[in-house]
Design a protein around this ligand. Structure first.
Ligand SMILES: *Cc1c(COP(=O)(O)O)cnc(C)c1O
Length: 428
């Protein structure tokens, strides 16, 4: 499969190149040339297929013959080797729990898939690839874990000192081996700026790629769990509405791709915190990116969502068509905490702040009788322990995956300036 740049000023390229480059030379993000719906028969009989078979059907056209079938199946098997349950919390409302992976965030799926693809493409190359990524929290852990010991790949993660939770910090600073954590004296935007500068810097002597959702190999596998949810809910015979807690809009964009492939989904809701660039756009037609504002759902503190351009492309840049299928609502921290409390009181379910924003999206949309609403629980509540334990009368049991990192010693290199990042990259 070939991909084109959404800036349309670079030549089209293969899946392999799109994965290695991350971003096209014209700084546009990549989009597949063709999207062919899956057979009706497959969707009709989805309950008969395993998660691995479903994931393979969903992704194979986007990889094409660039990875042999047997290898791709092996990659998928590792990518989806944990549970993706839909847990019903109210009549006609369920939550799709995406936090059963190794770092307890949905990003595990994309990070693991991308790392295996990259390792496969780099298998005969003696030049190391460096994955450079800035994180505000969850991406770092998922990428560190997903790429740990990947052959021929070095990972450098920048995170803002003192601005990520203790658990998140340990997840990205305790693995060692091919993973280096750089602790930046600054905020997330400073980390992001340094990464962007490095990508444009011709004096860096390494092959750099990024591992956030602009990379097609991290974005596309996120389609899988919309199929898995449908498989579980098909017997309800209702029309599905998905509410996705959104930051960079990669997750929800993957859901819309799944819909393009023929998965019956009636409506999508991008639920956000007060970073409301997209909901404003839907309301008044002006897309005005803003600096991000800090919230309790900090993995969604994004003022200029990088995948929104892919969503527009999926609707042929037709705002009316988009609004028919897609809504976006924004919620304050105060309302989010109230939602966490009411979910807990009504059903005993502990939602993390991101999941609670998703739940609020469904409330605002106001489901009809023949509809079933699913909100995505994108992280385990333990990842946002402070907020959860000060908002709800609970103390959360620490899951096994987290216990593993809690006792380990943090290793990070403190940096303040871009020059320090550069010398660290050019060392060795
Ligand atoms: C990354 C993240 C999100 C936002 O996902 P996007 O694909 O960037 O919209 C939401 N919740 C959690 C917990 C995350 O880590």
């Amino acid at each position: 499969m070939n991909y084109y740049s959404l800036h349309r000023k670079s030549p089209n390229t293969s899946f392999k190149n799109a994965v290695i480059e991350g971003l096209a030379k014209d700084r546009g993000i990549y989009f597949p040339e063709n999207i062919t719906p899956l057979s009706k028969d497959f969707i009709e009989n989805i309950e008969q297929y395993s998660h691995e078979e479903i994931a393979f059907e969903a992704i194979k056209q986007f990889v094409g013959d660039e990875i042999p079938e047997t290898v791709l199946k092996e990659i998928i098997k590792e990518t989806v080797s944990f549970d993706f349950p839909v847990v019903e919390i109210e009549e006609n409302i369920g939550t799709l729990e995406l936090f059963h992976g190794p770092t307890m965030a949905f990003k595990d799926v994309g990070a693991r898939f991308m790392s295996s693809c990259l390792a496969y493409f780099n298998r005969d190359n003696d030049k190391e690839i460096t994955v450079l990524v800035a994180t505000s929290g969850d991406t770092g852990g998922a990428v560190a874990n997903g790429f740990l010991n990947a052959k021929g790949i070095k990972v450098v993660i920048l995170y803002p000192s003192g601005k990520v939770s203790d658990i998140q910090e340990r997840q990205l600073t305790t693995l060692g081996n091919n993973i280096t954590a750089l602790e930046v004296d600054g905020v997330f935007d400073d980390c992001q700026d340094m990464v962007k500068t490095a990508f444009l810097d011709k004096t860096i002597q390494r092959t750099l790629t990024s591992a956030n959702s602009i990379n097609v190999a991290r974005w596309l596998p996120q389609m899988f769990y919309f199929f898995f949810a449908y498989k579980q809910l098909k017997k309800q015979n209702k029309e599905l509405v998905f509410s996705v807690p959104s930051g960079n809009f990669g997750n929800i964009c993957a859901g819309i791709m799944a819909n393009k492939l023929g998965l019956p989904i009636k409506h999508f809701i991008a639920a956000t915190n007060i970073n409301d660039t997209v909901s404003n756009y839907l309301e008044n037609g002006n897309y005005v990116p803003k600096p991000s504002k800090a919230t309790i759902s900090n993995a969604m503190d994004v003022g200029n969502p990088s995948n929104f351009i892919r969503i527009q492309e999926l609707f042929n840049n037709d705002l009316m068509a988009l609004k028919n299928k897609f809504s976006s609502y924004s919620f304050t921290d105060e309302i989010t905490k109230k939602a966490m409390q009411s979910i807990f009181t009504e059903s005993g379910y502990i939602a993390d702040p991101h999941g609670a924003v998703g739940y609020l999206g469904l409330q605002k949309y106001d489901l009809e009788e023949n509809e079933y609403g699913v909100f995505l629980e994108t992280a385990h509540p333990v990842k946002f322990l402070d907020v959860v334990e000060t908002t709800l009368p609970v103390s959360i049991e620490i899951p096994e995956q987290i216990k593993k990192v809690i006792g380990k010693e943090k290793v990070s290199l403190k940096i303040r300036t871009y020059e320090e990042l550069k010398s660290s990259l050019n060392a060795e």
